[in-house]
Design a protein around this ligand. Structure first.
Ligand SMILES: [Ca+2]
Ligand SMILES: [Ca+2]
Ligand SMILES: [Ca+2]
Ligand SMILES: [Ca+2]
Length: 511
């Protein structure tokens, strides 16, 4: 709005307006500006800009020296320029399913919006209506209407339902006959508590050269997902314990998930189990596996009692007590360190229940579906550094150890020679350490030439990641150097070298 202010000096139009001060109530409020322009023929120009004044009527005062004039103007509410999404209370972008909140998990999020005019100034006193792009699973937004504060800010809370879904919150406001809407960033209702059936545990190297060496390492990884197969919330803590060596970091034997997974190192050191086989247990608070027969995304129960003083109309998983009519579930017993890795608890074998402090081990659970320590277990071998090579007798896909009935000398190989020719031979061996465990991951096999024969192929020529009892099987192809001659006596040596450089040698003779 342009203002014209006559200025006189001694009754004549003035050509300067030194000392003129312009002000108004809304300018004092900070919701309007008054900017002086040029003066011409005794008329001072000024521009009044309404930046969201809500007074309805503003009084402008022009003061020069001891004289002062006022003028009242009607101030229409400033037009809404935009509704901006200004952030949420969440560190990330996801909230967890209803009923699965807990440490580090939120079932609701505050979403902040700011209503601004066309100059980008916050507008106070604007009524804003909220709605969600979906209400699936009982997702809610509250309040449905709120009024912006003095700086134009307004807040709504979105609370998760029981079905995972992406959602945005819509904020809309109307002023001067114009509707404006704003949209929040996308949130996901997708992550909840880990469920036993979706827990995976794996080891990078199941056989490390840890029998004679300290600080040989392998990483142990746990991956978690919720009932829907979505990764659980970040920072879910997974605890590890081990039968031998050491697991985890100095900051506890735990890791916290990112994108539903985390890893720790297992390293070799004392204690070393006599058979070299080390059980590692990972456990985490989660829920028992269940079958969602009615497809509502949560554990359901028809006959239940309230778990607190409220009077709910429907069964609330993890809150109320299901008496009967619950969906099928796996009632899990206690987590335990399965030292002999036979998948059953055996206290006399040294198996230990976890977490510590259990008065007694329970294999059968508490008879109810609910929260439990869910767990995974893996067995890592602290492999020896020197190999035994046991010759194999193979037929089809199966092999067995050489016995006396196969011959007195398992190191003597007969190539299929006939008069005037000599055919190729095959040697099969089983490599194992002193505990009949696999040699360390990365152990290599090679042949040192002797006489008259060549080892043309060793398959495989290294030891893979495995904890298989009995070790690993390897096949050597042996070719006579002169196939057209009668099979002359020959020799070669099989060499087995561990990652730490320890060498075992096995001499063989042919014909
Ligand atoms: Ca259900
Ligand atoms: Ca063991
Ligand atoms: Ca056991
Ligand atoms: Ca249970």
């Amino acid at each position: 709005m342009a203002l014209k202010i006559p200025v006189t000096s001694n009754g004549q139009p003035a050509d300067t307006a030194a000392g003129l001060v312009l002000n108004s109530q809304c300018v004092t409020d900070g919701t309007a500006t008054l900017v002086q322009g040029a003066i011409s023929d005794g008329v001072q120009l000024a521009t009044y800009t309404n930046n969201g004044c809500v007074r309805g009527r503003d009084t402008i005062t022009a003061t020069m020296g001891s004289s002062s004039q006022t003028i009242g103007i009607d101030v229409g509410a400033a037009n809404i320029g935009a509704i901006q999404f200004s952030g949420s209370s969440l560190a990330g972008t996801s909230i967890v399913l209803k009923g699965s909140g807990g440490e580090g998990r939120s079932e609701s999020a505050q979403l902040n919006f700011r209503v601004v005019d066309q100059q980008g100034n916050g507008l106070a006193g604007v009524d804003v209506d909220f709605s969600a792009t979906t209400n699936t699973g009982g997702l809610t937004v509250t309040p449905l209407r709120a009024t912006t504060d003095a700086t134009g800010n307004v807040t709504a809370t979105v609370s998760s339902g029981t079905i995972p879904t992406p959602v945005r919150v819509i904020a809309s406001a109307r002023r001067n006959g114009v509707n404006i809407t704003g949209l929040s960033d996308a949130l996901t209702v997708s992550t909840g508590l880990p469920i036993q059936k979706s827990l995976s545990m794996s080891v990078a190297r199941y056989n490390i050269e840890g029998d004679s060496y300290d600080n040989e390492r392998t990483s142990v990884t746990v991956m978690l997902a919720d009932q829907y197969g979505n990764p659980v919330s970040d920072n879910t803590a997974v605890n590890f314990v081990t039968e031998g060596g050491a697991v985890g970091s100095s900051a506890r034997g735990a890791c916290t998930t990112v994108d539903g997974a985390c890893s720790v190192d297992l390293r070799s050191q004392n204690f070393r189990p006599a058979n070299g086989r080390v059980t590692v247990l990972a456990y985490v608070q989660g829920v028992e596996t269940f079958t969602d027969t009615n497809g509502d995304g949560q554990y359901s129960c028809t006959n239940w009692t309230a778990g607190d003083a409220s009077n709910p109309v429907a069964y609330r998983p993890l809150v109320d007590t299901c008496l009967s009519g619950g969906e099928p579930f796996v009632d899990q017993g206690d987590a335990f360190l399965d030292t002999n890795f036979d998948r059953s608890y055996d206290g006399s074998a040294g198996d230990l229940p976890f977490p510590f402090g259990h008065p007694s081990y329970s294999a059968t659970g508490n008879g109810k579906w609910g929260m439990n320590y869910i767990y995974g277990t893996a067995e890592v071998v602290f492999s020896g550094s020197y190999a035994d090579a046991t010759r194999q007798v193979c037929s089809g896909n199966s092999c067995r150890d050489w016995t006396l009935s196969d011959g007195n000398n398992p190191s003597a190989i007969t190539l299929p020679g006939t008069a005037g020719t000599c055919g190729d031979g095959l040697l099969a061996v089983r490599l194992a350490d002193r505990n009949n465990n696999p040699m360390p991951y990365g152990t290599t096999l090679s042949a040192i030439p002797g006489s008259n024969v060549t080892v043309s192929l060793i398959s495989p020529d290294n030891v893979a990641s495995t904890n298989g009892a009995g070790g690993t099987y390897h096949f050597l192809s042996i070719k006579p150097n002169k196939a057209d001659a009668a099979c002359a006596a020959g020799s070669f040596t099989l060499q087995v070298k561990t990652p730490k450089g320890n060498i075992s040698q096995f001499p063989y003779t042919t014909n």
